[in-house]
Design a binder for this molecule. Structure first.
Ligand code: SAH
Length: 240
């Protein structure tokens, strides 16, 4: 068991390209294998961090978060990744910081209203205000040429890659800025544990018929760079 440091923070990514950019800054990190995942424990910008790939989708993300909390005793979490843009005013290459997260494929009607996680009384899960503010400032400071938005991000077990599905989601959830596959699951776990979470996503596609074409190239060439830049600045600004 690791010593219980109050400040330990989890850095979670969905994509190997992103995690390897972070790990390159943590040469002394050691690896622990749990549930088929590699948890890298080390230091970055003076913070004790645990860096890990969440896997893709809500179950993989929820499992990863639970292991981080139970086995590695992290006290806060930062997720970085890519997402599909939904709102009309967001574009590929923009950065979106989540102020709240919702599972767009949660529907236990008529027992509970659509999107409400049964028995939680909650559809939109808020991210931590302080961490989110620091994350937003870090993104705006380090990427001044990039449009940085804050708002609702929606998650579901579906890679949205058609204009019709994207339109359906935009009509159903007009405030949603972006769609991805992990964030709202992390938010639900973090809420249950009372642990602060923040989430940043670079828009890799428009969640439309071109999404599968744009995606791999973008992750490699742009998102990994954005992610490591924002994470470094975030940790510099974060109180220990
Ligand atoms: N090509 C990848 C699969 C990525 S799935 C592979 O083979 O490993 C898409 C990932 O990016 C998920 O982690 C999801 O959170 C995010 N994402 C990006 N664009 C998305 C979209 N249009 N719809 C849903 N998730 C998207």
């Amino acid at each position: 068991m690791l010593p219980n440091e109050p400040s330990r923070i989890a850095l979670i990514g969905a994509m190997p390209e992103e995690l390897s950019a972070v790990l390159a800054c943590m040469p002394e990190a050691h690896c622990e294998n749990v549930a088929g995942r590699q948890f890298w424990v080390g230091h970055l910008q003076g913070h004790e961090v645990v860096a890990v790939l969440s896997g893709i989708g809500k179950v993989a993300a929820a499992l990863t978060a639970t292991v981080l909390l139970e086995k590695f005793q992290v006290k806060r979490m930062l997720f970085t990744g890519v997402a599909g843009g939904l709102a009309q005013h967001v574009s590929v290459g923009d950065v979106v910081v989540a102020s709240e997260l919702l599972q767009h494929d949660m529907n236990a009607e008529p027992l509970f209203p659509q999107y409400v996680v049964p028995l939680s009384g909650c559809a939109k899960f808020k991210t931590d205000e302080d961490l989110t503010r620091i994350l937003l400032e870090s993104a705006r400071h380090t990427l001044p040429q990039v449009q940085v938005h804050a708002g609702l991000i929606i998650s579901g077990d579906q890679f949205v890659a058609s204009a019709s599905e994207s339109l359906r989601l935009q009509c159903a959830l007009p405030e949603a800025l972006a769609v991805e596959m992990e964030g709202a699951a992390l938010a639900q776990v973090c809420r249950d544990y009372g642990v602060p979470l923040c989430v940043v996503r670079t828009l890799s596609d428009r969640a439309d018929d071109e999404a599968h074409i744009d995606f791999p190239k973008f992750v490699k060439e742009v998102a990994s760079h954005y992610s490591v830049t924002i994470v470094s600045e975030f940790l510099k600004r974060l109180p220990t």
